[in-house]
Design a protein around this ligand. Sequence first.
Ligand SMILES: [Zn+2]
Length: 370
Amino acid sequence: MQKNELARTSKRSGQKVELTREFFEKLPKYDLHVHLDGSLRLETVWDIAKRDKIDLGVNSIEELREAISPGKIHKSLNDYLKGFELTLKVLQTEENLYRAAYELAEDCAKENILYFEVRYSPILHVQKGVSLPAILEAVIEGLKAGQRDFGVKSGVIVCGIRNISPDISLRMAELAVAFKNRGVVGFDLAGAEYNYPARDHLEAFSLILSNNVNVTIHAGEAYGPDSIHQALHYCGAHRIGHGVRLREDGDLLNYVNDHRIPLEMCLQSNIQTGAVKNIAEHPFKFYLDLGLRVTLNTDNRLITNTSMTDEMWLAYKTFSLSPQDILDLTMNSAKASFIPFEEKKYQVRDLKRKVIGLFKSDTGVDLKLF
Ligand SMILES: [Zn+2]
């Protein structure tokens, strides 16, 4: 369909102001879609490899940077995912998992992220024999220490992997259920989307849903709207990871909008995986203008070479976001989080007050007037 053919349109307006990158660094933010194994510091990967004598096939940190190629534009999602083979090699002990989680919290706090949901698949971290519960506990402890030291809150999303096996997804789902209310806030399906439909993993989702665990699913990134349809209607997803190709089905798009189903979009990653050709063709602003609950996220801070500040700054520069757009975006993330509602309602209010306050103090714009 044509972009506007079936989708209902809504008019938005808002005053435009000149903003700096520093403004976006100060802006209180959420990151709801960030992979642990794609978001380590390059220095940490190198440091662990040297200390633990792990062969990464490189002789210096410069060679490591070249091998990982942060920010590289790949031919496909599958190609993009190859960078993880190196980072996963250093995430096979509890100590290193703890460190990765702790440093991620520190990096988030540095750019004023108030809350993040970090996802990973414990099955990818068993190469040295660490048990699955220990793999989860190490990350949860690292995040707790991060909250204590840097004040940033977080939750864990456990991933099944489309291209491993439905049996493993079921084991991951069992883990997510076991750690519900103990650090885990949701369940996801990640990995190669093309040729690996979500409905093959129904047993995992049935367990997840019968235990009232939150669900987000990578969909509409490397495959069309049918993948989003499956995620929503077969697997019970409450949020969609990316959803770039949702625009190809106006009826489904309206459903997603009507049900306030959040889209976790990651602008730079979407370009690097080939989900969109370039930033100008990204449907982010089209969705935002329609009133969809679109959120911005990093996906992979290292592999994509990005941060929340970078993503917001890119969106602002490319799409001439108004202050109202920026407020809506941040509020969308707060509303879309998997934080329990009792706590969320305070966080939503708190975030709104903070964003409006920052606009007022830094730009003189009074958003309450709009
Ligand atoms: Zn992702």
